[in-house]
Design a protein. Structure first.
Length: 277
């Protein structure tokens, strides 16, 4: 993918991965306009973390996240329940983005069809935006819902949905929202935007629809860097048959460290709203 003619991301739409990693398309590497990588692929701490992807640990019992499955009263368990996302086609394909049709399957049975739209656009000389929209439609003919380790009994682990895995740096990144700072304060919060910053780069994540803004942020900084928009933080999310569930996250990718005021200005441009004063 290119932004203003400059390469900023690569999209792997047919990855060769082990079944345990829940194979799925992903963006990696994603780079700042200055060329700094801001994604990690298959890190040693979590080999199923794949750059930027749609990863959900529980779709009707199927694991589309990778790794172990959290089972109530048992904890993380190795189960043979991994699904995979398969590329179906490109309704639209340009150098600055694409629309893709993706099948979410387990054991040859399609559970969901996803229409995924990803675009890149310039914001400033040192900042660009990655716009990621997903439309998930239940096509299996049965009731389905999305869950998480939290809905299965592990408090605070409501991850699953849009997920961005940055690289590990010499020290943990800073994380903050408009009115909170630090991993403990922002993890599980509902905020219009959230920033993760290091000396080399800053990522500003913004929910671009009302449904997305109602979702909580899943955040890791001390153990490893990671930011996700959680579909099922503390209760399962129904997937009605034939009715798409839509989420949209727009991420500002900036060179260098942005302080809160500058991050708020980027967030305002990401969503087309004035920055809160």
């Amino acid at each position: 993918m290119r932004c203003g003619g400059q390469p900023v991301a690569r999209y792997e739409y047919r990855p060769h991965l082990a079944r345990r990693e829940s194979p799925r398309p992903y963006l990696h590497p994603v780079r700042t306009l200055g060329g700094t990588a801001v994604t990690e692929l298959r890190p040693a701490d979590h080999v199923h973390h794949l750059g930027v992807s749609m990863a959900v640990p529980d779709v009707g019992g199927a694991n589309f996240w990778g790794g172990r499955t959290f089972v109530r009263d048992r904890g993380p368990v190795e189960l043979d329940n991994h699904g995979h996302q398969s590329h179906l086609g490109w309704p639209e394909l340009r150098e600055d983005g694409f629309t893709e049709e993706v099948a979410w399957q387990r054991d040859g049975r399609r559970l969901l069809t996803e229409r995924r739209t990803v675009t890149a656009r310039a914001l400033e000389a040192d900042c660009w935006a990655l716009d990621f929209t997903t439309e998930l439609t239940n096509v299996c003919g049965e009731e389905l819902s999305v869950g998480s380790p939290a809905t299965n009994g592990r408090p605070g682990a409501g991850y699953g949905g849009f997920f961005w895995r940055p690289p590990v740096g010499p020290r943990p990144p800073e994380v903050f929202t408009e009115d909170a700072e630090g991993e403990e304060a922002v993890h599980g919060s509902r905020a219009p935007w959230l920033a993760m910053a290091t000396d080399a780069w800053t990522l500003v994540f913004a929910g671009a629809t009302e449904d997305t803004r109602r979702d909580r942020w899943f955040v890791r900084a001390a153990e490893y860097p990671g930011v996700g928009s959680a579909l099922a933080w503390d209760r399962r999310l129904p997937l009605p048959a034939g009715r798409p569930v839509v989420r949209r996250v727009v991420t500002g990718v900036a060179d260098g460290r942005l302080e809160r005021a500058a991050a708020a200005e980027v967030a305002a441009r990401l969503t087309g709203k004035e920055a809160a004063r």
